[in-house]
Design a protein. Structure first.
Lengths: 114, 115
């Protein structure tokens, strides 16, 4: 596609339920990032995929969070047993993976846990 | 540890006034530097970037930024702010050591523009 696509754009879920957020990066981009942005806050790094290398999971806030990237393309961020503090906008970005490559962002998924 | 600091959480300027948003980084070598803007309800958009060469770079929407190695800074400037510039601005740094291509982000500066 022409840009990074994220789905759904909005998700309301009940506390304790699991959710899956999807990211379709720009075709050919080897690097993919997930970030979380809470209301009025900056970008909180969650996880980074680069080609076939082991992902950098250092930003995942708890073991309820996981992500995978299938075939080096589509990525899914899964949050298990959601909590109210998980409510935020989840942003996905991709880049070509070259040194200094800029990141292109999707529009984000707004997650609300009620 | 590598880090990016945007010292100003919130800035208010009058329309037509000049603007400078600060960004400082901590790293042992020259990084790749980016400024992004996030307008209300919009996604993050790249304003400009610096890799090497001329330390003054021009971006979209009339913005420019200057890389100062001695100060480890990459401040964003605009000579005359427009009301439509009200947004959140993020500085990001890419480090070119080893295989780590991950971007490091500042916490952002929120810009309000008074008419």
């Amino acid at each position: 596609g022409a840009g990074v696509s994220q789905s759904p754009s909005n998700k309301v879920t009940e506390k304790g339920k699991d959710v899956e957020l999807r990211c379709d990066p720009i075709s050919g981009h080897t690097a993919l990032y997930w970030y979380r942005q809470s209301l009025g806050q900056g970008l909180e790094f969650l996880i980074y995929f680069q080609g076939n290398s082991a992902p950098d999971k250092s930003g995942l806030p708890s073991d309820r969070f996981s992500a995978e990237r299938t075939g080096g393309s589509v990525s899914t961020l899964t949050i298990q047993r959601t909590q109210q503090e998980d409510s935020a906008v989840y942003l996905c970005a991709s880049s070509s993976g070259s040194r200094g490559a800029e990141a292109f962002f999707g529009q984000g998924t707004r997650l609300t846990v009620v | 540890a590598q880090s990016v600091t945007q010292p100003d959480i919130h800035i208010t300027v009058s329309e037509g006034a000049s603007l400078e948003l600060r960004c400082n980084y901590s790293y042992g070598a020259t990084p790749y530097l980016f400024w992004y803007v996030q307008s209300p309800g919009q996604g993050l958009q790249l304003l400009l970037k610096y890799f090497s060469g001329d330390t003054l770079v021009q971006g979209i929407k009339g913005f420019e930024a200057e890389f100062k190695r001695s100060q480890s800074s990459f401040n964003l400037r605009k000579p005359s702010v427009h009301w439509s510039d009200a947004a959140e601005y993020f500085c990001a740094v890419g480090f070119n050591a080893g295989n780590n291509r991950k971007l490091i982000w500042g916490l952002g500066t929120s810009l309000a523009v008074n008419p």
